[in-house]
Design a protein around this ligand. Structure first.
Ligand SMILES: NC(=O)c1ccc[n+]([C@@H]2O[C@H](COP(=O)([O-])OP(=O)(O)OC[C@H]3O[C@@H](n4cnc5c(N)ncnc54)[C@H](OP(=O)(O)O)[C@@H]3O)[C@@H](O)[C@H]2O)c1
Length: 292
């Protein structure tokens, strides 16, 4: 039996990984998050608390640590830089350090926002990083700490994630239900990725002997505008979406205009393909329809 320690278990990715592993007798799970829920399933762990990280990990002695915890509010990171650094950089460092001490595998999740979006062609795992935002910079520092602290580490970079929790799909559906005017940027290009597809890829990688950086996004690419249009089409909502430019929707954090990731490692080293983004979106919209 493999013992798996998951941080950020209440987040979108944490929940998707839990959903896939919970009934599998091969795994014994230890779930943690900054907050807990009443059923006691989730233990409280702040990954920025180095002593608690060490103590919990040396107590459970996992074979694998999956870090799903992060400060993902990209704009808030601009004004709360110290907090962002602690959660996105130091937390992963403490986890990787503890993983290394007990010989565990460390899986850390990162972002397309480590790239600046100037390339114009999909970024591979070897592409140069150059983050534009505090979120991107702190995530990149986390990736570097993890790779330096633990030889048995995987850094999985993904993008535009939606699952169980707050995300773009849910926001669009709520705005439509509230009858709000919907204006969406049409000049940022990337790849919507369902937490479920990402969780499947992470579990696949977890069961290989591969380490280093991997890109894991759904296949294909689109704009936030086209993503919104497809969400409404699949959800059967007749909503007019106005396409706007990033300049018309200023945000505190700069975002890459083009952050398409090439899953080169998954494809070339493992022959593994993730679903097309539209196919994953259909699966997601169906799942929320049935859970309503
Ligand atoms: N969401 C995206 O679009 C996106 C895109 C690219 C990459 N990623 C990366 O994918 C990974 C998973 O993202 P996600 O969308 O699942 O994130 P999420 O839904 O925001 O979940 C993150 C979880 O981490 C928890 N957390 C925050 N600070 C913590 C701390 N100090 N100690 C322990 N837990 C803490 C959060 O709790 P609170 O909710 O209480 O803060 C939340 O439950 C992250 O590494 C993220 O950077 C996400």
């Amino acid at each position: 039996m493999k013992k798996i320690f998951i941080t950020g278990a209440l987040g979108q990715l944490g929940r998707a990984i839990y959903g896939l592993l919970k009934d599998d007798p091969q795994y014994q799970l230890y779930l943690t998050d900054f907050h807990t829920v009443d059923d006691g399933l989730i233990k409280v762990l702040d990954i920025t608390d180095e002593e608690s990280v060490k103590a919990m990990i040396s107590d459970f002695m996992p074979d694998i640590i999956i870090n799903c915890a992060a400060m993902t509010a990209v704009d808030l990171c601009e004004t709360e830089q110290e907090k962002a650094y602690k959660i996105n950089s130091l937390g992963p460092k403490y986890l990787a350090f503890s993983a290394n001490e007990i010989g565990a595998k460390m899986i850390h999740v990162s972002t397309d926002y480590v790239y600046d979006g100037q390339a114009g062609v999909p970024y591979t795992e070897e592409s140069e990083t150059s983050p534009l935002s505090v979120y991107g910079k702190t995530k990149l520092a986390g990736d570097d700490f993890v790779l330096k602290s633990c030889p048995k580490a995987l850094v999985v970079r993904t993008a535009w994630v939606y699952g169980e929790g707050k995300n773009f799909v849910k926001t669009m559906l709520r705005l439509a239900d509230e009858g709000k005017n919907i204006r969406v940027v049409a000049d940022q290009i990337g790849t919507p990725t369902s937490a479920l597809e990402l969780a499947r890829a992470i579990i696949f990688l977890m069961n290989t002997h591969s380490y280093g950086i991997y890109h894991a996004t759904c296949e294909g690419y689109t704009t936030w505008y086209e993503f919104a249009v497809n969400i409404f089409k699949l959800a059967g909502k007749d909503v007019k979406v106005e396409a706007i430019t990033s300049a018309e929707y200023p945000t505190p954090a700069r975002r890459p205009m083009y952050s398409v990731l090439d899953n080169k490692g998954l494809r070339e080293r493992h022959g593994y393909y993730m679903k097309e983004w539209k196919e994953a979106l259909v699966e997601y919209i169906d799942s929320i329809k049935y859970s309503e």
